[in-house]
Design a protein around this ligand. Structure first.
Ligand SMILES: [Zn+2]
Length: 158
């Protein structure tokens, strides 16, 4: 019998600041308490598991921790220009300029730091790490909530 089993972990959170540009305008700098849930599809191994829940949580926490209490900035935005200058990150937006200490910032390879793009990055990084260790896995889904009523869901096949 060809079975696909899904395992899910949730309740992993991180807090970060960002702003998103749209239609030539930029939001004000603001923060979210993001919640991450991850679903993983695969076949059961000889130990009766798809993957140990603790192992998924450990990997998702590691990724979340890197962004926790940081300002998330997009590297690929057409409106938000991000440049490293010494120990500062200079950010130019249609609303004005910011300068942040480098240690407080994560510059991500995304067009905007939307929930969709953040979920995609988490999903890609998870798959990169899991691929070699777990050949029984087939699909990963990341659900990233930026508020109780707004979430982005990204699903990728391994
Ligand atoms: Zn926001």
């Amino acid at each position: 019998m060809n079975q696909q089993i899904t395992v899910e972990v949730s309740g992993i959170d991180f807090s970060a600041a960002h702003f998103v540009s749209e239609g030539g305008k930029c939001e004000r700098l603001h923060g979210h308490n993001y919640q991450v849930a991850v679903l993983i599809w695969g076949k059961i191994d000889s130990l009766g598991m798809v993957i140990d829940f603790r192992e998924i949580k450990r990997r998702v926490r590691l990724l979340s921790k890197k962004w926790d209490h940081h300002i998330l900035l997009p590297q690929l935005s057409s409106l938000i220009k991000v440049n490293q200058k010494g120990n500062q990150v200079q950010v130019e937006t249609p609303n004005g300029a910011y300068s942040f200490p480098t240690r407080d910032v994560k510059v991500l390879n995304v067009v905007e730091t939307t929930a969709e793009e953040l979920a995609r990055v988490i999903c890609q990084k998870l798959i990169e790490g899991l691929k070699a260790d777990y050949p029984n896995l087939t699909q990963v889904r990341v659900v990233l909530s930026e508020s109780p009523t707004a979430q982005a869901i990204v699903t990728m096949t391994m």
